[in-house]
Design a protein around this ligand. Structure first.
Ligand code: DGL
Length: 272
C-alpha cells in the first residue's frame, strides 16, 4: 500500500525550507507541498492568539491541497498552535518542538539544555514544558534571539556583525553550563556553522528541522502513509506573497531545487 498525496508543510515564510531540505534527504520519494506565509512573516514577534489564527488558516489551505499530513515547519507556530491543530485537523499534524526536545534529551550528558528561538517561541514556554514532561530533572536555560532572523534573511551567514550578535546571545547560556543547544527556530540551521565556534566543541547543537523530519518518517510508517519508493517526489512551493531576497539566500544555502513558485491568497474563514 502506498499513499502518493503530498506531505503538507507550512512556515511563516521561507525558513521552513530547512525542514523541507531535511525531508527531501530522509524521504526522497515523498511529494511535498510547502506553503510559506510571506504575506504575514515574521510570526516570531506576534501574539500567541494571532500566530494561532494564522496557523489555522495555513493548515486549512494545506488541507484543501489534499495533504496526507501537516508539518508545522515553524517553531513559533508549533509553540502556540499545535494543541489546537491536533484537536481540529482530520489529518495527523507534527510540530518541531517535541522532536527537538527529544533529541536534546538524548544528546545531553549533564542534563542542562539551552534553547534559543524567537520571542513568541521562548515566551510560550513550549520547550520547557516538553523537556520537563520528558525528564522532570532537566535544567533549562532559554534565550530569545530576535536579531538572528533578520540577519539570516539579509544573507549575513558568514559575517563579523552576525558573529558579534551570536556571541552576545550565547554567552549567558554557555556561562550557565549548558552542554546541548536547541536551535529552536527553523531559520537557525542556516547559522549552524557560524554558531559552532562559540560553543568551542563543548556544546552539542540540536537542529529542530532534522529531528522533525525523523518524526515525520516515523509517523508515516506508523500510519502506513508512505509513498511508493520509486522515483523522486515532487516539491511544490507556494507563498502568500511575492518572495523577497531571502528565497535566494535559502536556495543557495540549502541547494534546493524549487522550480516554479505558486502564489496563494490566504483564505479567511467566513465571519460568523
Ligand atoms: N519560522 C519562524 C520560527 O521558526 C521564524 C521566523 C518568524 O519569526 O516568523 O520560529
Amino acid at each position: 500500500m502506498s499513499d502518493a498525496r503530498p506531505i503538507g508543510v507550512f512556515d511563516s515564510g521561507i525558513g521552513g525550507l530547512t525542514v523541507v531540505k531535511a525531508l527531501r534527504e530522509l524521504l526522497p520519494g515523498e511529494n511535498i507541498f510547502y506553503l510559506g506565509d510571506t504575506a504575514r512573516v515574521p510570526y516570531g514577534g506576534k501574539s500567541a492568539s494571532t500566530v494561532e489564527r494564522y496557523s489555522v488558516e495555513m493548515t486549512d489551505m494545506l488541507v484543501a491541497e489534499d495533504v496526507k499530513t501537516v508539518v508545522i515547519a515553524c517553531n513559533s507556530a508549533s509553540a502556540v498552535a499545535l494543541p489546537k491543530l491536533e484537536q481540529t485537523l482530520a489529518v495527523p499534524v507534527i510540530g518541531v518542538i517535541k522532536p527537538g526536545a527529544q533529541a536534546a534529551l538524548a544528546a545531553t550528558r549533564n542534563r542542562h539544555v539551552g534553547v534559543i528561538g524567537t520571542r513568541a517561541t521562548i515566551k510560550s514556554g513550549a520547550y520547557e514544558r516538553e523537556l520537563r514532561a520528558l525528564n522532570p530533572d532537566v535544567r533549562i536555560s532559554v534565550r530569545a534571539c530576535p536579531l538572528l532572523v533578520p540577519l539570516i534573511e539579509e544573507g549575513w551567514l558568514d559575517d563579523e556583525l552576525t558573529n558579534r550578535v551570536i556571541a552576545r546571545y550565547l554567552e549567558p547560556l554557555t556561562h550557565d553550563g549548558i552542554d546541548t543547544l536547541v536551535l529552536g527556530c527553523t531559520h537557525y540551521p542556516l547559522l549552524a556553522d557560524a554558531i559552532a565556534p562559540f560553543l568551542a566543541g563543548k556544546v552539542q547543537l540540536v537542529d529542530s528541522a532534522r529531528n522533525c523530519a525523523k518524526a515525520v518518517e516515523q509517523l508515516l510508517d506508523q500510519q502506513s502513509l508512505r509513498a511508493s519508493r520509486k522515483g523522486e517526489g515532487i516539491l511544490q512551493v507556494a507563498l502568500t506573497d511575492a518572495p523577497d531576497t531571502f528565497l535566494g539566500v535559502a536556495r543557495r544555502a540549502l541547494q534546493l531545487e524549487i522550480g516554479e513558485l505558486q502564489l496563494r491568497e490566504v483564505l479567511h474563514p467566513a465571519k460568523l
